[in-house]
Design a protein around this ligand. Structure first.
Ligand code: AMP
Length: 190
């Protein structure tokens, strides 16, 4: 199985590139942000719990996220592989994901990190906010908080995969197809 962690700050293009990867490699997409937004939309208890964290751009507590991913993985049948998008976002989540995937004998193949400068991220997220309807895309304070949370809590996850020899960095600025080409070249090397 080809199991990829697509990594990068908010606004790096993970969602856009995931769509193209799903199409090319026939992978299943697991985005924790999308799963939380679905719960939010359906008004579930989990959605209510996650809402204040999400609205302010803070991370939902690890165990809540891990349990949600565990439940989602239990539903997965025969697949060619999985793209994890927006997960893991802490080292504790990365450790839990390794335990879950190794337990299924389908380890993570590699992490692909999209690198984009902060100023470009702010511009992209504000632009997306015009149509996304996402509360966390609307204000510069919330966007800055998400970027800070990424640097403080999420960046160490890159080291976690680097130590396993599974980390690949890609320049996330350029044309969508150009970046996609670089990602595909990296995948062929995994
Ligand atoms: P995203 O769509 O990936 O930007 O996620 C939107 C929001 O959902 C984040 O700002 C967090 O509040 C929450 N979230 C999504 N994935 C995670 C995760 N892996 N760990 C903690 N919180 C998450």
């Amino acid at each position: 199985m080809l199991n990829i962690v697509l990594f990068g700050p908010p606004g790096a293009g993970k969602g856009t590139q995931s769509e193209k990867l799903i199409e090319k490699y026939g992978l299943l997409h697991i985005s924790t942000g999308d799963l939380f937004r679905k719960h939010l939309g359906e008004g579930t208890e989990l959605g209510k719990l996650a809402k204040s964290y999400m609205d302010n751009g803070n991370l939902v507590p690890d165990q809540v996220v891990i349990d949600m991913v565990d439940d989602r993985l239990k539903e997965v049948g025969e697949v060619k592989g999985i793209i994890f998008d927006g997960f893991p976002r802490t080292v504790a989540q990365a450790e839990a994901l390794d335990t879950l995937m190794n337990g299924k004998n389908t380890p993570i193949s590699g992490m692909i990190a999209l690198e984009v400068e902060d100023e470009e991220l702010r511009t992209r997220i504000l632009e997306r906010g015009k149509s996304s309807g996402r509360a966390d895309d609307q204000s510069i304070e919330k966007i800055n908080n998400r970027i800070n949370v990424y640097k403080e809590e999420t960046l160490p996850v890159a080291d976690f995969y680097e130590k396993q020899g599974k980390f690949v960095s890609i320049n996330g600025v350029g044309t969508i197809d150009g970046i996609f080409g670089d990602i595909c070249a990296a995948i062929e090397q995994l």
